[in-house]
Design a binder for this molecule. Structure first.
Ligand code: NDP
Length: 306
């Protein structure tokens, strides 16, 4: 049984944390009939005042719409909401769009569970903060059956922003999410560390910030170049060989630790660069470290499968 007609006109949102509330609010603003539910009651007052229907149970919520968007902290939370007899049964023939964040393995497992229970399933990731939801700045990534995605595109468009279908392999949205979060959190960890070291040297955070932005501004071109090198399998280092990068990273570690500030993130980066040099790649550029990292994971970790 496919409950198709209500896809454009009605949606259920499970999970009313900051992101779930923003999603529900955007649906309401777009005129979509929106039913909401959250594990802990009392988080839907404002949404109800704006026209949302408050469900008294997750089962009631999923039966109210053809499409259920779930956005909770992780897939353990998704499981604890959806994997109950009555809720699972209520979802049969309906569509779940899972916008919670977790790993590709968990996305594949959840898709397997959905298929086994006759539930149509799309996985997704939200790449921008709550304040962007319902605006052109929001960025959503999706994976799963193309036909199912196209069918639900109208309701997803109510969330604003750009929606990209990354392919049918259900783990792809989570894979992009993980890689992009890797980029984000290591950059943020680097910036937090830089501010601590700068302050230890008597440089104010606000004094450093504009120069740090200058560093961020050169990254887009470097990201493109590194990606090209990695795909070509050539790692030119004429302008900035790894031997020079290792020396520069060591200065950061020394200065940091001299102030009693732990330098774990930089030590890890320096370690990989130093290993690359030790393996005879000192004249190569930083992009060689991607290939060195891949050698390590290939030899020590089995491939991830759902
Ligand atoms: P949280 O990640 O803190 O998630 C809060 C929601 O998860 C609440 O609805 C909470 O319910 C629910 N929850 C937690 N544990 C359980 C459980 N065991 N069973 C049922 N429900 C549970 O806040 P957000 O709303 O901000 O994030 C939701 C998702 O969106 C996350 O995966 C996050 O990574 C992602 N995201 C968030 C962004 C943001 O800017 N906030 C940006 C991009 C993605 P309760 O109220 O009962 O505790």
């Amino acid at each position: 049984m496919h409950i198709r007609n209500s896809a454009k006109s009605a949606v259920t949102v499970l999970g009313l944390g900051p992101m779930g509330r923003s999603l529900a609010g955007a649906f309401l603003d777009a005129g979509v009939r929106t039913t909401v539910w959250n594990r802990t009651p009392g988080k839907d007052h404002e949404l109800v005042a704006r026209g949302a229907v408050s469900a008294s149970s997750a089962e009631e919520a999923v039966r109210a719409s053809g499409t259920t968007v779930i956005c909770v902290v992780d897939y353990d939370a998704v499981d604890s909401v959806l994997r109950h007899g009555a809720v699972t049964e209520g979802l049969r023939g309906r569509t779940v769009v899972n916008l919670s964040a977790d790993t590709p393995v968990r996305a594949r497992r959840t898709a397997g569970w959905a298929a086994a229970h006759g539930i149509r399933y799309l996985d997704g990731a939200i790449m921008t903060p709550t304040t962007t939801i319902g605006t052109p700045a929001a960025v959503f990534l999706h994976s799963g059956p193309a036909e199912l995605y196209q069918e639900h595109k109208p309701v997803l468009d109510a969330l604003g922003g750009t929606h990209t279908h990354l392919g049918e392999e259900i783990g792809r949205a989570a894979a992009y999410d993980i890689a992009l979060l890797d980029t984000f959190w290591t950059a943020m960890a680097g910036y937090a560390h830089a501010l601590a070291v700068a302050r230890a040297e008597g440089v104010g955070a606000r004094e450093l910030a504009p120069f740090a932005q200058g560093i961020a501004a050169i990254l887009p071109g470097i990201f493109e170049q590194v990606a090209e090198d990695v795909e070509k399998g050539s790692f030119p280092g004429e302008g900035n060989p790894l031997t020079s990068a290792v020396s520069s990273m060591a200065h950061v570690v020394q200065t940091s630790e001299a102030h009693g500030i732990e330098a774990g993130v930089m030590r890890a980066a320096e370690g990989t660069a130093r290993r690359s040099v030790g393996l005879g790649h000192g004249a190569d550029g930083f992009s060689r470290t991607v290939e060195i990292l891949e050698r390590g994971t290939a030899s020590s970790t089995p491939p991830l499968r759902g």
